[in-house]
Design a protein around this ligand. Structure first.
Ligand code: ZN
Length: 195
């Protein structure tokens, strides 16, 4: 009886479907995936997609007991990168997040973690803003949350109409939603911190 374990060379590593896709893509656009500059591109492509979609933002729900009520907290100037789900092209979004604590306050870094968590998937800017607002509302247990995002979308800048522009979207909830002192204060503060 032949000893098949020693008679055969080890099986090649299972093909990575993402690398296969990259090779197909390169071929479809008229490139030779085996030319020098492209030889490692499928591997990088596969790694980048996994890096992006399996991003781990760390703990997002550490809260502290509020020391005073009646303060509006705004964390602004946070920039995240996401991918437009219509074109698979990147968009960058600068975010301002505001909330008024009822019982719990959120650690400062958690705003950025929450923003990255929802940016690292196929998105629309409007949904990104809404997802962040929902998660902050859930985490701090206060409905008074506002998120404003301003994004540049490569699907508009480098294709289609090819015009650089910023798209701004906002979601104002709780006391920020209707006319009142909190909304007035928020809008004035946002104007001060806007870049
Ligand atoms: Zn798009």
């Amino acid at each position: 009886m032949t000893d098949i374990t020693s008679a055969k060379a080890p099986a090649p590593a299972a093909a990575d479907p993402l690398e296969d896709l990259a090779r197909e893509l390169l071929t479809e656009i008229g490139e030779n995936p085996d030319r020098d500059g492209l030889r490692d591109t499928p591997r990088r492509y596969a790694r980048w997609w996994r890096e992006f979609t399996q991003y781990d933002p760390g703990t997002v729900d550490t809260t502290f007991e509020s020391v005073s009520s009646g303060q509006t907290v705004i964390v602004s100037g946070m920039q995240v990168w996401s991918l437009c789900e219509h074109h698979l092209l990147p968009f960058t979004c600068t975010l301002a997040v505001a909330y008024r604590a009822r019982n719990d306050i959120l650690g400062l870094s958690k705003f950025a973690r929450i923003a990255h968590k929802h940016a690292h998937r196929l998105q629309l800017q409007e949904r990104l803003v809404a997802d962040i607002a929902d998660e902050i509302e859930k985490t701090v247990g206060s409905p008074d949350v506002a998120v404003v995002g301003s994004g540049e979308h490569l699907c508009m800048t480098m294709r289609g109409i090819r015009t650089g522009s910023l798209m701004t979207s906002s979601l104002l909830k709780g006391v920020f939603e209707k006319d009142g002192p909190e909304r007035t204060e928020l809008l004035a503060l946002l104007q001060r911190v806007a870049r």
